[in-house]
Design a protein around this ligand. Structure first.
Ligand SMILES: Nc1ncnc2c1ncn2[C@@H]1O[C@H](COP(=O)(O)OP(=O)(O)OP(=O)(O)O)[C@@H](O)[C@H]1O
Ligand SMILES: [Mg+2]
Length: 397
């Protein structure tokens, strides 16, 4: 009987793929093969549904191959076994960053490979660790569609209602204004935090956050002088994100509409990407381009995308079904048009939840927050259900 484990073999060499396949078929596995002979260096390029285990035979492009895997969010990486370069320090270091479970020498000893797979299977059977922190990135399909308003309010609901340790990173380093939406006026921010990057740990970073009464931590560019494009590198922003993740359960990023190295690095690390658009032809066209770029160049999977139709009007000529069909996306989240409430909130620096907790726009934001991993819109269990649950032995509330 073939083994049910879903295995993927990746190499740039056909003879190596054949050899790996031979070893695995002889051990009753039924692996899938991916021959990466084109320009793509990401071993998982085009792989939409992740296998249980991926075995990557490194090529001369080992650095790029491992970096591409390391750049993925941990929950978008399958268990990784690396073949090749087992005695080279640099390969080992990068393989560890990519989350490799095992590094096997080439020329290959079949017994080593089978033992590595067995170890991976044993790890899979262990209970899952406490869930890792999430990153949700908000980006407008077209300027002014409402990404900042939504990022701020979703982050606020995560902290205030769902009691998550949440952070909001405003990566619009030129015109970002997220702190103002929450009546915060930080004196220090991203630029200062990055000046001391080599010493930046969670304790140091905490000093750069502006703290909202809800518990939300906000990090932004804190000066009126916009930063010139390219001042901050992708690796510096990635490091900032990593340190933020150590002390937060959910990080919301307000990302300017821009396709560059920083955006790519953050998108590759994100668990979910929220694309905000309105019901206009130009917004839908730009969303189509953005999603194409995210899917084909950044390697974002369909399920990681969350399209939001902001300022939704039922009577609009461009219906939600048209948008869903054009963008080939999952059902969009809908946020109603409520100019009065939104502008009063923004002008007074008050979060929607604090200003109009039961307004339909606030409920829509809570539904979106819950879709992204929060719990504000989850129905509270009934008294009866809670009573029964408390009677089950070993369960406490
Ligand atoms: N659901 C809504 N209903 C009514 N008005 C809204 C809604 N969402 C956003 N707006 C309006 O759109 C404006 C722009 O939205 P927001 O403040 O989020 O900026 P943005 O879209 O992030 O802009 P930029 O592209 O410059 O970053 C808001 O100031 C507000 O007036
Ligand atoms: Mg914005």
């Amino acid at each position: 009987m073939t083994h049910p484990l879903n295995l993927l073999l990746v190499s740039r060499r056909k003879d190596m793929l054949d050899r790996l396949e031979q070893i695995l078929v002889a051990a009753d596995f039924n692996p899938s093969l991916q021959l990466n002979s084109n320009g793509h260096v990401d071993p998982l390029h085009g792989v939409d549904s992740l296998p249980d285990v991926v075995i990557v035979h490194l090529s001369h492009l080992w650095r790029e191959e491992l970096e591409a895997i390391a750049a993925r969010a941990p929950d978008r990486r399958p268990a990784l076994i690396v073949v090749g370069g087992a005695n080279e320090m640099n390969v080992m270091r990068l393989a560890m960053q990519a989350g490799a479970r095992d590094l096997i020498a080439d020329p290959l000893n079949p017994a080593d490979l089978l033992q590595a797979i067995q170890r991976t299977q044993e790890e899979r059977r262990r209970p899952a660790p406490v869930t890792a922190a999430r990153i949700s990135v908000f980006m407008n399909a077209k300027g002014g569609c409402g990404a900042t308003m939504l990022a701020c309010n979703v982050a606020h609901v995560l902290a205030a209602k769902s009691k998550r340790r949440a952070a909001l990173l405003d990566l619009d380093l030129q015109f970002g204004a997220a702190p103002l939406y929450l009546d915060l006026y930080p004196k220090r921010g991203i630029a200062q935090a990055l000046e001391n990057l080599s010493h930046l740990d969670e304790v140091a970073l905490d000093g750069y956050f502006a703290k909202h009464a809800s518990g939300l931590n906000v990090l932004s560019h804190a000066s009126d002088e916009p930063l010139a494009p390219g001042t901050i590198s992708a690796s510096a922003v990635s490091q900032l994100l990593e340190v933020t993740l150590r002390t937060h359960e959910h990080v919301v990023v307000d990302m300017p509409r821009c396709v560059d190295a920083v955006t790519t690095a953050v998108m590759q690390r994100a668990n979910q990407i929220v694309i905000v658009l309105q019901q206009s032809v130009t917004a839908v066209r730009d969303a189509t381009r953005l999603i194409q770029w995210l899917r084909s160049d950044v390697g974002v999977a369909k399920d990681q995308l969350c399209v939001v139709v902001n300022r939704h009007e039922k009577s609009s000529e461009i219906g939600v079904e048209d948008i869903q069909k054009t963008l080939a996306c999952n059902a969009p989240a809908l946020v109603p048009n409520d100019f009065k409430t939104v502008s009063e909130c923004i002008n007074s620096g008050t979060a929607l939840l604090d200003y109009a907790g039961s307004a339909s726009i606030t409920r829509a934001v809570m539904t979106l927050e819950t879709r992204l991993g929060g719990s504000s819109a989850q129905p509270r269990s009934s008294v009866i259900a809670r009573t029964f649950s408390s009677l089950i032995p070993g369960r406490s509330r």
